[in-house]
Design a protein around this ligand. Structure first.
Ligand code: BES
Ligand code: ZN
Ligand code: ZN
Length: 503
């Protein structure tokens, strides 16, 4: 199965005999020396004169998470290089560690020129993980970890072409292959979200986002409807239209419909903020780091990518995605602080800051979702710098008006391998969004900014079950580590998929 470049194959055999450039093996931090005698590490070690054991004894290699030691086989194996990947403590071994270990191992071998890699199922057997869980995680680890955004580089960048997952039992090949294929689809969808987000704002305009959605809909089988300005006016989308005023790029309200579930069952609704560039508008942002604001459409990219995986894996659910897409620029027709606008549900909003634009376009999308009777509504947005301050760059913030929804969503995050942390929808702060002259204003006060933003959104959901994910901290990775590659992360594509698929 083909991912963003690497093809994942599953076969029965023995990795000490597989003809590839490099092999991956793994060990735990506290393995009794090399673990059980049946493991691949022991077999490989025996063929290379005990080099791995010697390294372990001398503490040159420890088996820590994300650690990789690369050895040369010196002709004792068909493979030229051996990457020994750390899985951390055996008692803490989980699927996240496996994903990260494969990602690190594959990257280390790629740096050394390997084009083909073989591996056994990491964490399975003595590690205690189910074979199929390991296979899916390994495929994800390879496809995510090897991701590169090279479109604008003139020089050819070498890539790993093939990862062979080698199992012992020929009867298991079919099942392991199916699990790996599902991993490839999910990771490829995540990489699609990364690609869209890494694209600069002069390419990834609202119009281009709509085209990408249309191409994906035709390919994977979901309907795509794109609303333009006149239709937005008819629908009363004052939030989206106001934010779009200052830009020459036409805004788009993108709707995707996938119907894999029972006829007539209420669709779940995924909503993604898609500001293709957030300058702040008239409340303009400082110029330092402003280039990062091309990422402000990551919520929209995430829901489009998640639906692609849902459709490809034919999940039996009815899902509609809503993506309000526009730039936020301070042009001559730009909306201003002090303006009052009217949203889809009829509520009026006093604009305090044109930089709090995400909640304005989401107010319209949430209002639209409520009107259509979708339930629950899940919105994903790079909404507040405050969320990044509160939770840092590892955890996305989760808010809801139904605890049961958050419980399910957090479990979906754990299965998907994305960290989610619930923050309170604190009723005490609701009054901070009160306006003197409109129904609500778009900024609270200095404190609890992620919470007052969520409270603002909750007003538009009303009684409809709703959950909000603030990904302002988690959209971008500053370094290559585990499955993360510098640049867009693709969070929370895999959580959305797991949530829709259910337990
Ligand atoms: N897109 C930003 C939030 C953001 C900040 C995302 C940093 C990623 C990294 C959002 O539109 C914004 O500007 N929010 C303001 C809200 C404020 C004006 C109430 C913020 O967080 O400063
Ligand atoms: Zn903003
Ligand atoms: Zn924004």
């Amino acid at each position: 199965m083909r991912g963003m470049g690497v093809k994942i194959e599953v076969s029965a055999g023995d990795i000490t005999r597989t003809r590839v450039d490099g092999i991956l093996i793994s060990l735990c931090e506290d393995s009794e020396r090399l673990g059980l005698p049946t493991s691949a590490v022991v077999a490989v070690d025996a063929l290379i004169g005990g080099a791995i054991g010697t390294l372990l004894d001398s503490r040159g290699l420890k088996g820590k998470p994300n650690e990789v030691g690369v050895l040369h086989s010196l002709g004792n194996l068909p493979a030229r290089l051996i990457a020994v990947c750390g899985l951390g403590r055996r008692s803490e071994l989980n699927v996240d560690r496996v994903r990260d270990a494969v990602a690190e191992g594959c990257r280390a071998l790629r740096r050394l020129g390997c084009r083909t890699i073989a591996t056994t199922l990491m964490g399975a057997g003595a590690g205690g993980l189910d074979d199929l869980v390991s296979a899916r995680a390994m495929a994800e680890g390879a496809v995510l970890g090897l991701y590169q955004f090279t479109k604008y580089k003139a020089s050819e960048v070498g890539d790993v072409e093939r990862l062979d997952i080698v199992v012992r039992d020929p009867a298991a090949v079919g099942r392991v292959r199916a699990a790996a294929d599902a991993g490839v689809i999910l990771a490829t969808a995540t990489n699609l979200s990364r690609d869209m987000t890494n694209e600069p704002a002069n390419y990834m305009t609202p119009t281009r986002m709509a085209e990408v959605a249309q191409e994906l809909g035709a390919k994977h089988g979901f309907a795509v409807t794109v609303l333009d300005r006149p239709k937005m006016e008819e629908m009363g989308m004052g939030g989206l239209l106001s934010v779009a005023q200052g830009s020459a790029e036409p805004p788009k309200f993108i709707r995707l419909d996938y119907r894999g579930g029972p006829k007539g069952a209420t669709p779940l609704c995924l909503i993604g903020k898609a500001i293709t560039f957030d300058s702040g508008g008239i409340s303009i942002k400082p110029s330092e780091g402003l280039q990062e604001m091309k990422d402000d459409m990551a919520g929209g990219a995430g829901v489009i990518a998640a639906l692609s995986a849902i459709a490809q894996l034919k999940v039996p659910a009815n899902v509609t995605c809503l993506i309000p897409a526009t730039e936020n620029l301070p042009g001559g027709r730009a909306f201003r602080p002090g303006d009052i606008l009217r949203t889809v549900g009829g509520k009026t909003v006093e604009v305090i800051s044109t930089d709090a634009e995400g909640r304005l376009i989401l107010a319209d999308a949430i209002g639209y979702g409520v009107k259509e009777g979708f339930s629950p509504l899940i919105d994903v947005a790079t909404l507040t710098g405050a969320c990044r301050v509160a939770l840092g760059t590892a955890y996305s913030g989760v808010f809801t008006n139904r605890q049961e929804l958050a419980d399910r969503f957090l479990r979906a995050g754990a299965r998907g391998g994305e960290k989610m942390w619930q923050l309170p929808l604190a009723d005490e702060y609701r009054e901070l969004n009160k306006s003197q002259i409109a129904d609500i204003k778009n900024v609270g006060n200095r404190f609890g900014g992620a919470i007052t933003a969520a409270l603002f959104l909750s007003e538009f959901a009303g009684e409809t079950p709703w959950l909000h994910v603030d990904i302002a901290g988690t959209t971008d990775s500053s370094k290559d580590v585990g499955i993360m590659v510098k640049g867009a992360t693709g969070v929370p594509v895999r959580t959305l998929f797991e949530f829709v698929r259910g337990e």
